[in-house]
Structure formats: structure tokens, C-alpha cells
Write a protein that binds this ligand. Structure first.
Ligand code: NAG
Ligand code: NAG
Ligand code: NAG
Ligand code: NAG
Ligand code: NAG
Ligand code: NAG
Ligand code: NAG
Ligand code: NAG
Ligand code: NAG
Length: 885
């Protein structure tokens, strides 16, 4: 039996058993070392809770990978697990560990010297931690390293010479630290395998570029932006034939770009030399390899021309040359590159014309060539690029007429041709419904301001100043939400629409002797003035008649009231009927008897509101509506019932209603603290931000309930701070919702139109859109939020033409420090949250409805602001457990 087994087989068998034994020994060791490592960690999320002998073999532990042939731990990858604590030396006892990645944790220590003992490491990644101190020279002992990533830490001091000994390195990333000193020549001499080097965002470096870098022929990526570099770009860089990405931007490099640079770097895809002090002219060919996609040379001190051959860089997508110091003919081929999306060349001295074949650059999105010496006519070809959203070419020498299609790109949002020599009339914009800004100032345009400008729904800046335009200012401009209108120094005439004189837009009208209107030098011609005098006489007569009328009406009311009382006393109010949804101890008589001046608490577009104390002591609010007699009682009841069934903690309850011919009285619950509008209008309004936020959230919840959850969907249609009532603990309740359903659209519309005090809550599209939408409520809510954020009432009662809150904010948002918009009384406390609410309010009040969020989205945003506004929990005496349970 045993004799049947040959000696070699026995030896093989023994070897097998031995090897099993040694694996298990190494496994036990590995387990011990890993557990030692873990014991020095803080692991707040229990990411490594599975690390225990009970969980099986170490090779199965989170983040651990073993070499399949040796069974030894080969890599430990514990990325972004919120780990902190100490990186313990036990790691380096894991013989065979070739990769260690602890990136994205919170290790707050200097780089441990003992890591130098991990001599088998090939990849070390400690990026994005809180490592501090210097990079120790002992790093040189990690001779096997091919990849070293220490980016995004707080390392400082000079780079150690020992780094130069890591001659197998392919990837070196030291970006985003605070290293100082110079890039030492001897470091880079030996790193001949280097493929990627990143030392960007180390502004404390102060170094020249070592010419030796040019010997590292395998380099494909050099990222050295913001790295304190000065001096010139070494000629040796021309030899980096594999280079794909070179970013040397935001340094202090000077001198010329090396000769042959473009020619020899045939694989270059991305070249960024912007924001330096490079000078001289551009050296010949730039994209001999035809792969260059992004060329960024802006903000330098170049001189001279760009090579005409640049026009054949057929893969170029983005070109930025602004503030570059260039002059001479702009390479005309650049206008025809089919992949080009961005051309920025402003503030140079380029000359040349825009060729009509610019239409072949069909992906162009942005062209900025302001402040150059371009000339010629604007070709129709540019109007055919449908992706173009900004074209600005102010301060050049363009002449001739603007092509009819100058604004045909459906994406177009900013056009500027100001300060050129364009002539002819301004063509009617046809398709550019997204145009926000149109600037044609300082040309020689003649003819009238095209009326079709008033059809551009989001036009906000319109500068036509300093031309030779004539005719009147189109009436329709007053319906746009313009922030700026400048028509000064033209030949315009006629009466200026009143809203353009008072309030927003900021109108600039001077230098048009023919324009007239109140407050202008010319208050309209002598004839006009006579007419006005007559008119004001009429006004005076009307007001006297009105005053007389009021007295009459009052008298009539008094008589009626008296007779009502008498009738009531005799219980003869038979024509009144009521429907109550809550058990109120109230009779029609009770109500009618209390409709008098002293109980009247408000007057709105739809009628008076009375606060009525019932015999039982409770107070209700009764809203008296004039009810169009052409509507049927039946539909009235149905609609009111629909409103009454809308139940939400942030909607006032409709308790019931009573009606007689032509009049409906809606009975609502009454709230003790009055309306938010009243509160804001009071001087010294100083509600805390968390309270304001709670009010906003309540209102948003109510609206989102009406829009999304209630069937049938209801619109509020009259959101304003005066319709936000406050409960004892400042819980808000919206009132006055859905009255359009009760009154019918036409009657509702005319009542709303008569309401002057809250115009600014109306979305701009209310003017022309037939159908009411949820987005109109969102707009009104945005205005309410602006009130909360600024602490300003939506409209100031006096003076009449002062700015409403929307205009007030819009005027400031682009010019002032935005913090001055926020209510100074609270902005010290929860700035990010308040500022976030301002952003949200701006989105809600976007001019175009489709840009506004839905109420549900609004609500989510507010909730996230709320968690941001929460003060950290404080353990106060009430909540601690030292006292009685
Ligand atoms: C590895 O872990 C998985 C579950 O996490 C378990 O199903 C498997 O049995 C384990 N394997 C070993 C060898 O421990
Ligand atoms: C990890 O830390 C980040 C930043 O402190 C924190 O936002 C995140 O919630 C933490 N993750 C876990 C799971 O605790
Ligand atoms: C890092 O640790 C030091 C003390 O060792 C501490 O002062 C510092 O605040 C910590 N840094 C961070 C970001 O936690
Ligand atoms: C280091 O780890 C981070 C996070 O996983 C990763 O983004 C980065 O690419 C790694 N660095 C290297 C050089 O692989
Ligand atoms: C570079 O390599 C040479 C020869 O291999 C060696 O003598 C020199 O010490 C190395 N430089 C550094 C900084 O390690
Ligand atoms: C750039 O270099 C010039 C001269 O070498 C120096 O005057 C200037 O201060 C430097 N600028 C920066 C930002 O380092
Ligand atoms: C126009 O560009 C020149 C440089 O070519 C610059 O010096 C000047 O300040 C620019 N003008 C304006 C108004 O930006
Ligand atoms: C309006 O146009 C005139 C003339 O071009 C100019 O002087 C003035 O500064 C412009 N005003 C604004 C606010 O743009
Ligand atoms: C404006 O037009 C008038 C005649 O309509 C002409 O006399 C004047 O020269 C023009 N001004 C400019 C600046 O084109």
C-alpha cells in the first residue's frame, strides 16, 4: 500500500501540505495586521464592521483584494468611507501589498514615515484627505511605485529630491496642496516613464519650468495650472511628441511660445496657456496633428497675427483668445469650422470680415468679438446658425444693414452690435423668442422701433440709444418685464407710455426732443396740455361727483341698514338662504345685522370682508361678493362646495355661505394674527427667518395641495401676502383661493383688473394669456417669497410710482452686492438659507413660465433650506435628563 507510493510523490505531497500551512499562516497574519489597522481608525459609519474573523477569510473583507495565486492581500481600497484616525504601521507588514487607496477620507495627520516600509507598493493613493506636513524624503524607498496620488491635501514644504528616485512612476499627482519651493531639476531627470503629471493648484510654488521635463518623452498629460510658475516655456517641450493635454494657465509665465511648438506636438488635444504674460507672436502651425479641440490663449500679452493656417484646425471646438494682445487679420478659416462651438476674441485688435460661409459653422453657440477692428457687412449666413445663443460684436467697424434674419436662431439670447456703423432700419426679430438682451446702441439706425420687439416675451435689456430712430415708442414695451430701456439720443417723438416713465424699467429717454410726458422736459405739446387741463377738470368734476356719491351711498346704506335691522328684528329676511358645512350657531339675521362699518376689516377686489362675532363668542370672517346674476344658483352651490371640500392645514376653512340675489357671503374661519401682508407693512417688521421660512413652506404646501393633490385641480389665482393669514403660532393659512370658480372667469377677470394695489403679483403672461395656469400661482408665490426675503411689502402705498418688490430686486440683483437685497434685520443669522430662498424666489418669478419650478419643486427646495436653517440642537435645561423625568 504505502510502498506503492513513489518517493517523488511523497515529496510533492509534503510540499503541498507545507504550502497550505504557509497560506494559512499568512492569512492569520494578514487578519491580525488588518485588525490592527482597523483598531487605530475612527469608522463612524461602521463601514468596516464586516472586518472580523467571523466574517470569513480576509480576502472577502470589504475593500480587500487578494492575489489569486499567492493568496496574499494585494490591494486595500477604502475610498470615501469617512474614515479618520491613524494609518497604522501594521499595513506594511502585509507582505505583497501593492495597492493602497485611502482617498476621500478624513485622515488628519502627516504622511506616516513607516509607509516607506511598504516596499511592494505600486500604487499609493491618499488623495482628498486632510494630510499635512511635508512629503518625506523617505518616499524614495518605495521603488516599485508606478502611481502616486497625494492631491487635495494640505501638504507643504518643498518636494523632496527623493521623489526623483521613483523611476518607475507613471502617474504623479500632487495637485491641490500648499507645496512651496521650486520644481527641482534633479527630481524630474529620472522619471522617464512619467505619463501624467499634475502639480496644479499649488499657488505657493515659485518655480521655473525645468527643461528636463521636456525629456520625459512619454508624457501625455501635464496639468500645472495655478502652480506659481514663472519664466519661459522651455524649448525642450517641443519634444513631447505624445502630449495630449497641456495646461499651464494662471501662472506668471513670460517670453515666447517655443518655435515649432504646434508642429511637433502632433497629438495635442487641449492647450491652455491662458492668464500668463506670454508675449511675441504665435509660432506658425498649431494643429499639424489636426486633433486640437480646445485652444485657450486668453489674457496674455501676445502681439502680431495668428497664422492663417489656424483656419484648418478642423477639430477645434473652443477657441479663446480674448484680451490676448493679438492683431492683424483674423484667420478666416476659423469661421467655417464645423465643430466649433465657442469663439471668444474680444478686446484684441483683430481685423477682417465675417464671411457668409460662417453658416457652415453650424454648431456655433457663442461668438464674442467685441472691441476689435472687424469691418464689413453682417452676412445673412450668421442668422442661419440655429445653435447660436450669444453673438456680441460691439465696438467694431461693421457697416451696412443688419440682415433680416439676424435674430433667427431659436436659441438666441444675447445680441450686441452696439458701437458699429450699421445703417438702415432695425429688422423685425422673427424667431428669437428667447432673446433677453438686444443692444444696438451707437449705430446709425433709422426708421421706427419695430413693434414686434414687444412680442419677445423675455426681453429684459433693450438698448437702442444713440441712433437716428424716429417715430413713437411702441406702447407694447410697457408690457415687457424690461429691466433696462435706453432709447436716449434718437429722434423719437410722441407721448411716452406712462409706466415707462415711472418705475421699472429704468428708462433712459433723454436726447429725444420730440418725446413728451409727465416729468420730461416736454410735458406734451400745447394742444396736449390744453387737453390735459380739460381732462384734469373732468377728473376734478368726477371726484366731486364721486365724493357726493359716496355720501349718498353711505346715506342709502344707513337707511338700508336701519331697515335691515328692523326687518331682522321682525325676522323677515326671507330672501336670504344659507348653506353651512360646519355646525355654526348662526342665522342669516345674525350675519346681516353685523355687516356694518365697524366690523369691516378689509376691502379687496371682490368686496368687503367683515369680522363677525357670533352669539356663541367665536369670530368668523365673512366675505361679501357681488355675484353676477347671469350665473345659475345651482352652479354657484356646486362651485362653493368644491372650495369647501379643499381641506388642508394651510388653507382657511370655508365654513359655509349665504346668498341672496346678486350677493354671496362666504364664511371663513378667522385667524387671530391678521395677514402676513399687514405684518410686513407695519414699520419695524422683524420676524425671525425660521418663522418666515415656515410661513413660506405652509403657503407652498397649500398651493402644492391645490395643484397636485386636490381633485379637481384648483388654482389659487390670488396669492399675495394679504391672503396669507397667520394663526397664533404663525402657522400660515391661505385664503381667497379659487374665487374664479365662484364668480366665473369674466367677472373674476374684471374684478382682478380693478385691483391696483397688487398688480406686481401677476405673472407677466397674465397680460396676454387667456388661460390661467399653475405657473401663474408660482409667480405670485415667488413675489411673496421676495417679500419675506427682503422684508419689503410687495407694493409701497406711497409714493405711487415707487418700485414694487419685483422691480426693486431685479434692479439690484445684477448690480449690487446681493446681500443688500436681503432684509438686513435677519441676514446675519441664516445667510445660506435666506440667500437660497432669494434664488428660489427669482426662479419662481422668472419671466418665462417654463423656467419656473412647480409648487412641488418649490416645496422640496424650501424643505432643504429649512434643514440648512436649523440651528444645531442645543441641550437646554428643559431637555436634559438631570431633573425629573
Ligand atoms: C464572502 O462573503 C459573502 C457574503 O458577503 C458570503 O456569501 C461568502 O460565503 C463569503 N465567502 C467566503 C470565502 O468567506
Ligand atoms: C460622510 O461625511 C460627509 C461629510 O462630512 C457627510 O456629509 C456624510 O453624511 C458622511 N457619511 C456618512 C454615511 O456618515
Ligand atoms: C486636524 O487636526 C488638528 C489637531 O491635530 C486640528 O486642530 C484640526 O482642526 C484638524 N483639522 C480638521 C479639518 O479637522
Ligand atoms: C485616487 O483615488 C481617487 C478616488 O477614488 C480617484 O478619483 C483617483 O483617480 C485616484 N488616483 C489615481 C492616480 O488613480
Ligand atoms: C537618477 O538616476 C541616476 C542613474 O540611475 C542616479 O545616479 C541618480 O541618483 C538618480 N537621481 C535621483 C534623484 O535619484
Ligand atoms: C509675475 O512676475 C513679475 C516679474 O517677474 C512680477 O513683477 C509679478 O509680481 C509676478 N506676478 C505674480 C502674480 O506673481
Ligand atoms: C479694448 O481692447 C483694448 C485692447 O485691445 C483694451 O486696452 C481696452 O481696454 C478695451 N476697451 C474696452 C472698453 O474694453
Ligand atoms: C444710455 O445711452 C446713452 C447714450 O448711448 C449713454 O450715455 C448712457 O450711459 C446709457 N445709459 C445706460 C444706463 O446704459
Ligand atoms: C439723422 O437723420 C437726420 C435726418 O433724418 C440727418 O439729418 C442726420 O444727419 C442723421 N444723423 C445721424 C447721426 O445719422
Amino acid at each position: 500500500m504505502a510502498a506503492g507510493i513513489s518517493p517523488p510523490a511523497i515529496i510533492l505531497g509534503l510540499l503541498f501540505i507545507l504550502s497550505l500551512f504557509s497560506t494559512s499562516v499568512s492569512s492569520a497574519e494578514a487578519e491580525e495586521n488588518l485588525l490592527a489597522f482597523r483598531s487605530s481608525l475612527e469608522d463612524p459609519t461602521n463601514a468596516l464592521s464586516g472586518w472580523s474573523p467571523a466574517a470569513g477569510h480576509v480576502c472577502n473583507w470589504t475593500g480587500v483584494t487578494c492575489d489569486p495565486s499567492s493568496g496574499r492581500v494585494a490591494s486595500l481600497v477604502l475610498r470615501s468611507l469617512n474614515l479618520s484616525g491613524e494609518i497604522s504601521p501594521s499595513l506594511c507588514r502585509l507582505a505583497g501589498l501593492s495597492e493602497l487607496n485611502l482617498a476621500g477620507n478624513f485622515f488628519n495627520q502627516s504622511i506616516p514615515l513607516h509607509l516607506a516600509q511598504c516596499t511592494s507598493l505600486q500604487a499609493l493613493n491618499l488623495s482628498n484627505n486632510l494630510l499635512w506636513g511635508t512629503l518625506p524624503d523617505q518616499i524614495s524607498q518605495l521603488r516599485s511605485l508606478t502611481s502616486l496620488d497625494l492631491s487635495g491635501n494640505k501638504l507643504e514644504g518643498a518636494l523632496p529630491i527623493g521623489l526623483g528616485a521613483l523611476d518607475r512612476l507613471r502617474v504623479l499627482n500632487l495637485g491641490g496642496n500648499m507645496f512651496t519651493g521650486a520644481l527641482h531639476i534633479s527630481i524630474f531627470g529620472n522619471l522617464s516613464d512619467l505619463v501624467h503629471i499634475d502639480i496644479s493648484q499649488n499657488p505657493s510654488f515659485s518655480s521655473e519650468l525645468p527643461p528636463q521635463l521636456g525629456n520625459l518623452k512619454k508624457l501625455r498629460k501635464i496639468l500645472m495650472q495655478s502652480a506659481g510658475l514663472r519664466g519661459g516655456i522651455p524649448q525642450s517641450f517641443v519634444g513631447l511628441g505624445e502630449l495630449e493635454i497641456l495646461d499651464l494657465s494662471r501662472n506668471n509665465l513670460s517670453g515666447k511660445i517655443p518655435v515649432g511648438f504646434g508642429l511637433r506636438l502632433a497629438k495635442l488635444v487641449y492647450l491652455d496657456l491662458s492668464q500668463n504674460r506670454l508675449s511675441g507672436s504665435f509660432p506658425g502651425e498649431i494643429c499639424s496633428g489636426m486633433v486640437l479641440a480646445e485652444l485657450n490663449l486668453h489674457t496674455n500679452s501676445f502681439s502680431g497675427e495668428l497664422p492663417e493656417s489656424m483656419g484648418s484646425c478642423s477639430n477645434l471646438e473652443r477657441l479663446q483668445l480674448q484680451n490676448g494682445g493679438f492683431s492683424g487679420e483674423f484667420p478666416s478659416g476659423l469661421w467655417a469650422l464645423s465643430k466649433m462651438t465657442v469663439i471668444r476674441a474680444e478686446n484684441n485688435r483683430f481685423s477682417g470680415e465675417i464671411p457668409d460661409y460662417i453658416r457652415t459653422a453650424s454648431r456655433l453657440e457663442l461668438v464674442q468679438i467685441d472691441n476689435n477692428s472687424f469691418s464689413g457687412r453682417i452676412p445673412p449666413g450668421f442668422g442661419m446658425i440655429s445653435s447660436l445663443y450669444r453673438f456680441s460684436a460691439s465696438m467694431n467697424g461693421f457697416y451696412g444693414e443688419l440682415p433680416e434674419n439676424f435674430c433667427d436662431s431659436p436659441a438666441m439670447s444675447i445680441i450686441s452690435f452696439s458701437h458699429n456703423s450699421l445703417t438702415g432700419s432695425i429688422p423685425s426679430p422673427r424667431r428669437c423668442r428667447k432673446l433677453v438682451s438686444l443692444s444696438l446702441a451707437g449705430n446709425h439706425f433709422t426708421g421706427e422701433i419695430p413693434n414686434s420687439l414687444t412680442q419677445l416675451p423675455v426681453l429684459t435689456y433693450l438698448d437702442l440709444s444713440d441712433n437716428n430712430l424716429s417715430g413713437e415708442i411702441p406702447q407694447g414695451l410697457q408690457n415687457l418685464k424690461l429691466a433696462l430701456l435706453n432709447v436716449s439720443f434718437n429722434q423719437l417723438s410722441g407721448e411716452v407710455p406712462l409706466p415707462l416713465i415711472s418705475g421699472l424699467p429704468a428708462s433712459f429717454l433723454q436726447g429725444n426732443p420730440g418725446l413728451c410726458g409727465p416729468g420730461l422736459a416736454n410735458p406734451c405739446g400745447a394742444e396736449e396740455a390744453q387737453k390735459r387741463r380739460n381732462l384734469s377738470l373732468t377728473y376734478a368734476l368726477i371726484s366731486i361727483a364721486f365724493a357726493g356719491g359716496v355720501i349718498l351711498v353711505a346715506a342709502a346704506l344707513y337707511v338700508k341698514n336701519q331697515s335691515l335691522r328692523r326687518k331682522a328684528r321682525r325676522a323677515h329676511s326671507a330672501s336670504w338662504k344659507s348653506v353651512l358645512y360646519y355646525p355654526l350657531r348662526i342665522t342669516e339675521d345674525d350675519l346681516l345685522m353685523r355687516f356694518n362699518e365697524s366690523n369691516c376689516v378689509g376691502r379687496g377686489a371682490f368686496g368687503e370682508v367683515y369680522a363677525i362675532r357670533l352669539p356663541g363668542g367665536e369670530v368668523v370672517a365673512a366675505k361679501k361678493l357681488i355675484y353676477p346674476t347671469n350665473l345659475s344658483m345651482r352652479s354657484l352651490k356646486t362651485e362653493i362646495k368644491t372650495l369647501a371640500k379643499a381641506r388642508h392645514k394651510n388653507l382657511t376653512k370655508l365654513l359655509g355661505f349665504c346668498y341672496s340675489e346678486g350677493i354671496v357671503v362666504l364664511i371663513y374661519e378667522s385667524l387671530p394674527k391678521g395677514s402676513l401682508g399687514d405684518a410686513i407693512s407695519r414699520s419695524g417688521f422683524s420676524m425671525e427667518w425660521p418663522t418666515r421660512l415656515r410661513i413660506a413652506m405652509g403657503a407652498a404646501q397649500a398651493l402644492s395641495y391645490l395643484h397636485e393633490h386636490y381633485v379637481p385641480t384648483l388654482l389659487h389665482r390670488n396669492v399675495k401676502s394679504r391672503n396669507v393669514l397667520l394663526d397664533v403660532d404663525y402657522e400660515p393659512k391661505l385664503t381667497d383661493f379659487g374665487l374664479d370658480r365662484v364668480l366665473g372667469e369674466s367677472s373674476y377677470g374684471s374684478s382682478m383688473a380693478s385691483e391696483l394695489g397688487s398688480r406686481c403679483y401677476l405673472a407677466p403672461e397674465c397680460g396676454y394669456s387667456k388661460k390661467a395656469t399653475e405657473k401663474m400661482d408660482v409667480y405670485s408665490f415667488g413675489v411673496l417669497l421676495l417679500e419675506l426675503v427682503t422684508g419689503r411689502p410687495a407694493e409701497q402705498p406711497e409714493p405711487r410710482d415707487s418700485l414694487d418688490v419685483v422691480r426693486w430686486v431685479r434692479r439690484r440683483i445684477n448690480t449690487d452686492n446681493r446681500f443688500q437685497i436681503l432684509d438686513q434685520k435677519i441676514s446675519g443669522t441664516a445667510l445660506p438659507s435666506i440667500s437660497g430662498a432669494l434664488d428660489l424666489a427669482l426662479r419662481c418669478t422668472a419671466v418665462s413660465p417654463e423656467k419656473r419650478p412647480t409648487m412641488l419643486e418649490v416645496l422640496r427646495s424650501l424643505q432643504s433650506l429649512e434643514s440648512a436653517a436649523d440651528p444645531p440642537p442645543v441641550l437646554s435645561a428643559d431637555t436634559s435628563y438631570s431633573g425629573n423625568p
